[in-house]
Design a protein around this ligand. Structure first.
Ligand code: GFB
Length: 363
């Protein structure tokens, strides 16, 4: 990895307690970056433009990772579209505008693969942006993230800034959200299979038809890619952000996909559950396929390290409160106390919870 960012640089990680932000903090610390600016929502509310602007004016970070966002799985996106668009628009505008005023050297904005059209050509290259209609279940979130890309691009064009938008594929990992109503599919499946085992149930309910294809990336791999990108030497970084004709956009994926049905089987295998998988087709499938073309990122020499099986094992070890040898390394470098507690809370099952574990919701 090249070292554009000096070890003593002041780096603001917005959203440092989330799945993506906490992984970025782990990565930065593991590389010896200690001058990190981390603020909880109580300390600096990113929805509040005055608070954000004062924070940047006082602290003047050199670099920014913008990982703060209102995020959630397919059902949360479908049920709360106003929250997803309004909050994300505000967070990203507040941070990007303040970063400009504070003369931040480089900023990395995190988006999502759902910015691409529902029926985009596969695998989806960066050139697929705004080429067709969006998937309905997450269009509000996607439009906010597209606006974030546009903000980075517009600031680069008008002010010569170096803001890059990285679009990760579906993420999972340490400190994930395991709430069954609002989570993404992988943590939901880990929890459902774990609880079916604990309750002695023979079935696990998976939403939709099981046929949609998804690509997954472990959050620590995503963080590795983000730090790698922001650390690129000037001429290479300029290739991504310096062309006014091209969005400063880079896909961050693993390059491999599987169906939701296959994913459910994998989770059952890793968790050693031999029951039956049942599909609840009253729940939405979402977009049929979203494999990203990450060749632009790979061409700089980056590649992911954690396979889906290993990733599920690591995530499950954290969720179930066990730290086994293959996960020690990642867990050592973790971890928001909070996220561990969150995971442990989730596994403390009460017998009465076993009535309908596939559908149960806990916070
Ligand atoms: O991860 P997920 O919620 O998000 O769902 P998306 C992926 C697929 O898994 C869908 C199926 O086809 C779901 O129907 N699925 C099966 C489940 N069982 C479950 C379950 O128990 N919980 C969940 N959540 N899904 C999100 C977007 O789309 O992707 C966000 O809504 C974001 O905006 C994120 O972009 C990366 O991949 O469909």
């Amino acid at each position: 990895m090249s070292n554009y960012i000096r070890k003593d640089a002041k780096i603001f990680v917005a959203g440092h307690r989330g799945l993506a932000g906490s992984a970025i903090v782990r990565k930065l610390r593991s590389l010896g970056y200690e001058n990190l600016l981390l603020r909880t929502r109580q300390e600096v509310d990113l929805l509040d433009s005055n608070a954000v602007s004062s924070f940047f004016a006082e602290q003047r970070p050199d670099f920014v990772f913008l990982a703060a966002a209102k995020v959630g799985g397919i059902l949360a996106n479908r049920n709360f579209p106003a929250d997803f668009i309004a909050q994300n628009l505000r967070i990203q505008s507040n941070v990007i505008e303040s970063a400009y005023r504070a003369q931040v050297k480089r900023l990395l904005f995190l988006g999502s693969s759902c910015i691409y059209p529902k029926l985009a050509r596969q695998p989806m290259g960066e050139d697929q942006l705004l080429t067709g209609p969006l998937e309905f279940t997450n269009r509000s979130y996607a439009v906010a993230k597209i606006a974030g890309i546009e903000l980075c691009w517009a600031f680069n064009r008008q002010h010569g800034t170096e803001y890059l938008a990285a679009m990760p594929t579906n993420l999972y990992g340490l400190g994930d959200n395991y709430d069954l109503e609002s989570s993404h599919v992988l943590p939901a499946l880990i929890r459902k299979v774990h609880e079916a085992k604990q309750c002695g149930n023979r079935t696990v309910t998976v939403w939709g038809t099981g046929t949609p294809l998804r690509e997954f990336l472990f959050s620590d791999d995503m963080a590795d890619a983000c730090v790698f990108l922001l650390n690129l030497p000037k001429d290479e970084f300029h290739k991504l952000t310096g062309n006014p004709e091209m969005a400063p956009l880079v896909n961050v994926g693993s390059g491999s996909e599987l169906t939701i049905g296959e994913l459910a089987k994998k989770v059952c295998e890793v968790l050693e559950f031999d029951g039956e998988i049942v599909f609840d087709t009253t729940k939405p499938d979402g977009t049929p396929r979203k494999l990203m073309d990450s060749s632009k990122l790979f061409s700089f020499g980056w590649k992911p390290k954690i396979s889906i099986e290993e990733g599920i094992r690591i995530a499950y070890a954290e969720f179930s409160g066990k730290s086994q040898s293959p996960v020690e390394d990642v867990n050592e470098r973790t971890s928001s106390h909070e996220s561990k507690n969150r995971a442990r809370d989730s596994v403390a099952l009460d017998r009465s919870d076993c009535a309908d574990p596939g559908q149960r919701q806990r916070n």
